[in-house]
Design a protein around this ligand. Structure first.
Ligand SMILES: *Cc1c(COP(=O)(O)O)cnc(C)c1O
Length: 497
């Protein structure tokens, strides 16, 4: 299986190169040349397998230059019970037709672990398969969650190191502690005096700086990134949709062929796009409900066919979805209208701030996707209502999706089962979850958000997940804080250390 760019060009590369390069040479994203199929027999066969075996089987359809044994070894390492507990992506029943897919049982309690635990292993193999002799330095600018998940994924991985920059006043105390206490012999975490944009612009500038590239090359190092436009992050996300269907077959919730609707809290469009790929492969998925928060650029797009990023940016209590440019949407455009038009739409997005799809392209997208958005008050009310009526504690992102799913079911009066994707442990956003349950004034007792963890545990009796408990007692290993102008020398210093 070869990979090509969403925007055209001559490039045709193996999976190993696609994972090593991250972005195609023309600025597009890599896509497989064709979508492999998944038959009824195969789905029934893998229903009897473990999560790691299911993962190796599905990923192997796309990464044909990796052997099944290699993929199985990587999947077993990534989704080991010590890291994810007995079940990597369990499905729970909320009510008659509503089920939840929990993707936050990994080492950082958020769904990015599902991809970032296995991707570094696939990446190291890609270095070997492409004859790369240099060390890879993974550079990450983070507003919180991605940095920690990438650190946990890349720590102590051979032939790589990872350096994470976060805005020192732009992350929560829990997030900061998670990163500052990071262990591992190949990791470096640095705070920037500035905001997330300063950190991100700094990293982008370093990637584009040819002198820097040469200096690092002399030190036997090249730069790479871990963000969600890399195919190596997308492909592991297809697995849990197939796995959820298998589990629902096994429990009797579905008969083979029953269509399952899926509702995904969406930011960069990676997670929901992985579900769409699973559907194209042959998994019986019905509608894909794209749930947004107040940054509802995707809701408008799915309503009108016009993408318009020129609009106010809102900071919300579901911050991992505070995004105005959903990068992976480009992959959907490529599938519905091909490379040439995708390149045109992406040009228009960069130059004019948006684009309007041709009628037939929009119609194809509407066949599978619907968009809903949930505002801040609805998000909080949903957390309270789901806790009180269904005895289930959900985080702010999951609440956005749960509310969207209810709106959809009311509007379409469907009898189908729906799978709501749960992307973070409620403890990852403990303060906002606590306030949703107990009212605004209840936040006054907290001097910082680490105290909300204990309060939420006391009030609900739901245990704090191990990765988040005892954070304040851990040793701080990374306390550097620098000016944004000093990021370059910090990178060179770390590469040469
Ligand atoms: C990253 C993230 C999302 C958004 O996922 P996309 O793949 O970017 O659409 C949703 N919820 C949580 C908790 C996340 O960390």
């Amino acid at each position: 299986m070869n990979f090509i760019s969403t925007r055209g060009g001559e490039e045709r590369v193996s999976a190993a190169y696609a994972i090593k390069n991250g972005l195609a040479k023309d600025g597009g994203l890599y896509m497989p040349e064709s979508i492999p199929s998944l038959t009824e027999d195969e789905i029934k066969k893998i229903s009897g397998l473990s999560y790691s075996e299911r993962a190796a089987y599905i990923i192997g359809k796309f990464l044909t230059d990796y052997t099944y044994e290699e993929l199985l070894e990587d999947a077993k390492g990534a989704y080991a019970e010590e890291k994810f507990g007995p079940s990597a992506a369990p499905v729970t029943k909320l009510s008659e037709n509503t089920y939840m897919l929990e993707l936050w049982h990994g080492p950082t309690s958020a769904f990015k672990d599902m991809a970032l635990q296995i991707m570094p292993r696939l990446f190291v193999r890609a270095l070997r398969k492409t004859g790369e002799k240099r060390n890879a330095l993974i550079l990450v600018a983070t507003s919180g969650d991605t940095g920690k998940a990438a650190l946990e994924g890349y720590k102590d991985i051979d032939g790589t190191s990872i350096q994470v920059f976060y805005p020192t006043d732009g992350v929560s105390r829990v997030q900061k502690l998670q990163m500052q206490t990071q262990e591992g012999g190949n990791v470096k975490v640095i705070g920037i005096r500035g905001n997330f944009d300063d950190a991100q612009s700094g990293v982008k500038r370093i990637f584009a700086d040819m002198d820097m590239v040469r200096t690092l090359d002399d030190a036997g190092t090249f730069l790479s990134s871990a963000n969600s436009i890399n195919w190596g992050r997308l492909v592991p996300q297809i697995v849990y949709y197939v796995s959820a269907y298998c589990d629902m077959l096994a429990s009797g919730a579905l008969k083979y062929g029953d269509k399952l609707d899926v509702c995904v809290p969406t930011g960069n469009f990676g997670n929901i796009f992985a579900c769409y790929i699973a559907k194209l492969m042959g998994l019986p998925i019905g509608r894909l409900i794209c749930a947004s928060n107040k940054n509802n650029v995707l809701t408008d797009f799915l309503e009108s066919g016009t993408y318009n990023r020129v609009r106010p940016f809102h900071q919300t209590i579901s911050p991992s979805m505070d995004i105005l440019i959903s990068s992976n949407l480009e992959r959907l455009l490529y599938l519905v209208c091909g490379q040439k038009k995708t390149a045109e739409y992406m040009n228009a997005l960069a130059n004019d701030g948006g684009y309007t799809l041709d009628g037939e392209d929009f119609a194809k997208i509407k066949e599978s996707f619907l968009g809903y958005y949930t505002d801040e008050e609805e998000t909080k009310a949903t957390i309270r209502c789901v806790y009180e009526n269904k005895n289930c504690l959900i985080d702010t992102h999951t609440a956005v999706a749960h509310h969207a799913a209810e709106e959809y079911m009311n509007e379409y009066e469907t009898e189908r089962k729906i799978l709501v994707v749960s992307t973070a442990s409620p403890y990852k956003f403990a303060k906002d979850v606590y306030v949703s349950l107990r009212g605004e004034s209840s936040a006054l007792q907290f001097s910082d958000d680490t105290e909300a963890l204990d309060a939420l545990e006391t009030y609900t009796g739901v245990k704090i997940p191990a990765p988040l408990s005892g954070l304040t007692a851990k040793v701080i290993l990374h306390s550097d804080i620098i000016d944004k102008e000093d990021m370059d020398s910090a990178v060179v210093g770390f590469a040469k250390a």
